[in-house]
Design a protein around this ligand. Structure first.
Ligand code: NAD
Length: 509
């Protein structure tokens, strides 16, 4: 946020179009409330885009595309390199903004920014991936080569839980490939988007190449319906991901729509229980469980069970819960009051379904305060039919399902409709290898609880966790944001005349 940015009750988060803050002069626009989850108090408001505003952003992007597509790869990546430098220098400021609107700790916000920077660095090297192939003399006197081209105006619709990292899974790659990008961030924590847009401008990105339209379903629908938006990247819950995929593909757009998750951590009998319990607590309660790669289910393979539950519970008691900007705090609040209450309702449902609530976050001392806090919660003896197992809870609730064998564990994970991430904890290499081969999940960790791929490998789940063919960032990201062309060329040789040939051309000549 720049120095003249109004703060507190005065904060009004604008759109960002054609290189500047936009929409502030349109008094009739709908607005959304921004609340600090740690205090429960209003922080400000965000403007909501309507079709006129989305049209304006798309028109600016379409015009900017005519020149941005002609800018050399070297110059495009130089802008991203400058953006990376600015981001590194100002990451603390961005992290504090994220904490004020999302609630996660400042350290955690710095972590998501670091993962975003990884993708910016990857995009700085896009020239290597955009490089096509060249085959000399594919046929007599004929050369063939391939090139990749940007799509035009592309849109990204992102969730509340990573207001900096998830947009950075998308736009660095899209921009490096020569596209113009329109971001529709979550209305719950919108300030990070404008911060990023202003850094891009400062880094030298031409006006209109990156825009932000704030808003809710209305803005999303305008983007999905706009004929000049050629591709949509979405990250959010599964029902909305499915909706976005169906709406956008039915209009001929290219779509990658990443959805929700239920990530299982399978613990085999030979696992080191101290390492495993540390990992379960870190991956279950980091960011208050509001991570698409959070572990939400521990699958304890017999005889692992009582000992593991005790080890996890004992560590949970030491997790410090409080406002994310307070030193020493490890877990902040949930994003909204409604979400906190929804998460708590799953704990109540588990209790009445016959599961045992070993650690009850509803009774945590922080849970009674003004902010939207819920303590870490552990539920044992969970069954696959219970709502706390079936649904994505997206909060600090870890369920333990006890199974009798490796095979039962794999069947449980594979029967789940989600397939985002999973982990296996074991010292048996053969069992780990078998698990990663048999499990129907897109990202697998072996003794790693949150296996988010590095920037040069793509991120994405299977089944109801992703709609579309290509995953986010890495080579998949470059393929998503470009289309291929193959050129077959012959330079006339006055000595060789082919004459009229009506037969189908073949390369056997
Ligand atoms: P969400 O689906 O409610 O919102 C995501 C985006 O869609 C937001 O920009 C929101 O404004 C918009 N939106 C909301 N309702 C809409 C509607 N009816 N029509 C059109 N657009 C709509 O998700 P969220 O609560 O912001 O984020 C949490 C979810 O995101 C969780 O399900 C989590 O698993 C998922 N997520 C998935 C990944 C992944 O990589 N698979 C990563 C992060 C988050």
């Amino acid at each position: 946020m720049t120095a003249n940015e109004p703060t507190g009750e005065q904060l009004l988060v604008p759109h960002f179009i054609a290189g500047k803050r936009a929409g502030l002069d349109r008094a009739e626009q709908r607005r959304g409330l921004i609340v600090n989850p740690a205090t429960g108090r209003k922080r400000g408001e965000v403007l909501f885009a309507d079709d006129t505003l989305v049209d304006e952003a798309v028109a600016a992007a379409k015009e900017a595309f005519q020149s941005w597509r002609e800018v050399s790869i070297a110059r495009r990546t130089a802008v991203l390199f400058s953006f990376r430098e600015l981001l590194v220098a100002r990451r603390r400021q961005l992290a504090e903004l994220i904490t004020a609107e999302h609630g996660k700790t400042v350290d955690d916000a710095l972590g998501e920014i670091a993962r975003g920077i990884d993708v910016v660095e990857f995009a700085c090297g896009v020239g290597d991936i955009l490089r096509g192939g060249y085959s000399e003399n594919a046929s007599s006197g004929v050369d063939t080569y391939s090139t990749r081209h940007p799509l035009g105006v592309v849109a990204g619709i992102t969730p509340f839980n990573f207001p900096a990292m998830v947009p950075m899974w998308m736009f660095p790659v899209a921009l490096a490939a020569g596209n113009c990008f329109i971001l529709k961030p979550s209305e719950k924590d919108p300030s990070a988007s404008v911060f990023l847009a202003e850094l891009l401008s400062e880094a030298g990105l031409p006006d209109g190449v990156f825009s932000v339209v704030q808003g809710d379903k209305e803005a999303v629908d305008c983007l999905l319906q706009h004929p000049d938006v050629k591709a949509v990247s979405f990250v959010g819950s599964t029902p909305i991901a499915r909706y976005v995929y169906e709406q956008a593909t039915s209009r001929g757009k290219r779509v990658q729509a990443l959805g929700g998750a239920k990530n299982h951590m399978v613990v085999l009998p030979d696992a080191d229980l101290d390492i495993t319990a540390d990992a379960a607590v870190s991956a279950g309660f980091g960011s208050a469980g509001e991570r698409c790669m959070a572990i939400s289910v521990v699958v304890a393979v017999d005889p692992v069970g009582d000992e593991l539950v005790d080890a996890i519970a004992e560590r949970m008691a030491r997790v410090t819960v409080g406002p994310g900007d307070r030193p020493g705090v490890e877990m902040g609040p949930l994003v909204t009051e409604a979400h906190r209450d929804r998460v708590a309702s799953y704990v109540a449902a588990a209790e009445s379904d016959g599961a045992s609530v070993v650690v009850d976050g509803r009774r945590h001392e922080a849970a009674g305060g003004e902010g939207f806090f819920l303590g870490p919660t552990l539920i044992d003896h969970v069954g696959a039919e219970m709502s706390c197992y079936r649904d994505e809870i997206f909060g600090p609730v870890l369920s333990v399902v006890r199974v009798g064998s490796f095979e039962e564990a794999v069947s449980l994970v594979n029967a789940n409709p989600y397939g985002n991430g999973t982990a296996v904890f074991t010292n048996d290499g053969g069992a780990a290898r078998r698990y990663q081969r048999e499990v129907e999940v897109g990202m697998v960790g072996v003794n790693i609880p949150i296996p988010v791929p590095v920037a040069y490998y793509p991120f994405g789940g299977w089944k109801d966790s992703l709609f579309g063919d290509l995953h986010a960032y890495g080579r998949d990201g470059v393929a998503f944001y470009t289309k291929g062309k193959v050129v077959t060329a012959r330079w006339p040789d006055p000595a060789v005349r082919h004459g009229v040939q009506l037969g189908f051309p073949s390369s056997s000549g």
